[in-house]
Ligand binder design. Structure first.
Ligand SMILES: [Zn+2]
Length: 253
């Protein structure tokens, strides 16, 4: 195995994610190569240092692998060949910090995004979390007369919980989420096998009218009266735009 084959596998090697068939030649290379050996050792020390100084909250495995996948895809897209060592170190440190931020329940950081809307980030983070566990709904019902009253007394915001089954977006329930430290309603819809989480916040006067796409998730935001709606899903942008159209049509007073 040559140095150019070692470099792209170093993260996976240190994460213990390489198959034995790759792990062995890579370890042999690290033991004999005057460049890669010390570099791997330094990386390992950096990881140890961060591990020691950072609070230990372990993100769920599915989320961790999703983050790793996203990071590697970013890395592959932005750095095809040989990055200078310094940038690879920076990328690596950034990936660790990202893992720490996620692990500690902090705000989701979009790597490579210069502008990060904190609310959009938090909503995406929440959406991911809702898909990981068993906590998709607090109240499971397609009946708006069950879902809407459930939120009363739990949050100041009263969401119009319309069922859109006929339009192809059945309401499956609702749950309470914390966004920016406040309890807010999240309505849960389905588009075939895809989940659409619709977060209801106070209107923010920043109607986007466009779809934001982050690592395969699509997010739309619109205001209606005093309420701001944030819909996030891994269904297609076309489906999401259709969902917004149908929801607005059904809730228009
Ligand atoms: Zn080498």
């Amino acid at each position: 195995m040559g140095c150019d084959e070692v470099h792209p596998r170093l993260d996976a090697y240190l994460d213990g994610e390489l198959a034995e068939t790759e792990r062995r030649p890579l370890r042999d290379h690290l033991q004999s190569c005057p460049d890669c050996g010390p570099e791997a050792a330094a990386l390992e020390r950096l990881r140890e240092g961060i591990r020691r100084s950072a609070p230990v909250y372990r993100a769920p495995d599915a989320l961790r692998s999703q983050i790793r996948f996203a990071l590697r895809r970013e890395a592959a897209a932005s750095a095809p060949a040989a990055l200078p060592h310094a940038s690879r170190w920076l990328a690596y440190a950034a990936s660790l910090l990202l893992a720490v931020a996620i692990g500690s329940g902090g705000t989701f950081v979009f790597l490579g995004e210069r502008q990060t809307d904190p609310v959009a980030s938090e909503i995406l983070d929440n959406h991911l979390r809702s898909l990981l566990g068993t906590h998709l709904t607090d109240v499971a019902s397609s009946d708006q007369h069950t879902v809407k009253p459930w939120f009363a007394g739990r949050t100041d915001l009263s969401p119009p919980a319309v069922d859109l089954a006929v339009e192809g977006f059945p309401l499956v329930g609702g749950r309470l989420e914390l966004i920016a430290g406040k309890p807010v309603p999240a309505l849960v819809y389905k588009r075939r096998e895809h989940v659409i989480n619709l977060f209801v916040l106070p209107a923010s006067r920043s109607d986007r009218g466009e779809t934001l796409t982050r690592h395969g998730y699509n997010l739309r935001h619109w205001d209606e009266g005093d309420l701001g709606f944030w819909a996030v899903t891994d269904a297609s942008p076309t489906d999401l735009a259709e969902f917004e159209r149908q929801f607005r049509a059904a809730t228009k007073s």
